[in-house]
Design a protein around this ligand. Sequence first.
Ligand SMILES: Cc1cc2nc3c(=O)[nH]c(=O)nc-3n(C[C@H](O)[C@H](O)[C@H](O)COP(=O)(O)O)c2cc1C
Length: 354
Amino acid sequence: MLVSPGLEHVTVNKPFTLSVAPMMDWTDRHCRYFHRLITRHAWLYTEMVTTGALLHGDVARHLDHDPAEHPLALQIGGSEPADLAKAAQWGERWGYREINLNCGCPSERVQRGAFGACLMAEPALVADGIKAMQDAVDVPISVKHRIGLDGDDSTAMVTDFVGQLHTAGCRKFIVHARNAWLKGLSPKQNREVPPLRYEVVHRLKQNFSDAEFIVNGGIQTMADMDARAVGVDGIMVGRAAYHNPWVLSHWDGWLAALQHPSAGHAPDALLHAPADSEASRDEVEFAMVEYMADPKRSGGAHWYSVARHILGLRHGLPGARLWRQVWSDHRLKDRPVMDVYRLAQAALQRHALV
Ligand SMILES: Cc1cc2nc3c(=O)[nH]c(=O)nc-3n(C[C@H](O)[C@H](O)[C@H](O)COP(=O)(O)O)c2cc1C
């Protein structure tokens, strides 16, 4: 087990939360259903949904989800306080347990809409948005943001930003511990090039100690989680959870060990199977096959658009490549999902024989 027993001897803030990051095109309802089969206690976040999409689009298409996905938060993109309030109301009505405002996305499309990371330069407007949402709904409002903009390495901006939102009543901040560069870097580069400065998150927590601070950015392994847990109230993981979802099978046991150090690391996932056994990966795969085969559960999605999320399930295991090739083979699109499942299993068995 990767979880460090050393954690028993350090003071970690409680309650402590683990969450999977909002990721556009990735953390759709199917992906979240899949992640929930592997971890029961992690918070899951939707992809960003813009206020425009909720106010003028098909609300059900954006907000429908399976009750099994909870605890679940809706991430909103927008800046107009009245629109944010209406979008938050839709979210609450649809059963989301937290509404999160995106103040961290640096994409040009989002900048053209004047929201995302560029809102860090407009703390008064964001504070008005927070107040409007808090007046409109009972569920908590959180903000996801960066630690600064462009080449400005001082912490004055982020401290003022958090300070104004804190005064407005916000008590949960998810901090991607990098600056966002609004010019010159693509969104992908913006997740890799600006250096990670976790110490800025620690300082924010010290300055606003009654608020919850969740650290995000570059956390991949359980050892990274051990290292990042101190001085914050939670950890959010994005890409590593998507590409290697089995890492989530350690999370419930890790959380249990934080809450009750003497109880050890007993895994508490839905499947009650040893966290790193292959048998339990098989069970998760089969549960997803049942999900894909049941239009009532999957909202009628084609299996192919669901299966893309499970491709990392056997990451690092023998036969994973052949198995993945079956599940991502577009020539099989017209075949029933059960046939594809059998082919994927056969690929694993073939690999085991050679
Ligand atoms: C494909 C992709 C899409 C993303 N979409 C969003 C988004 O909709 N909202 C958001 O706040 N962050 C988004 N992010 C950023 C992640 O939430 C996270 O902050 C970032 O990936 C850093 O965490 P990581 O190093 O654990 O991946 C996205 C990241 C990726 C890789």
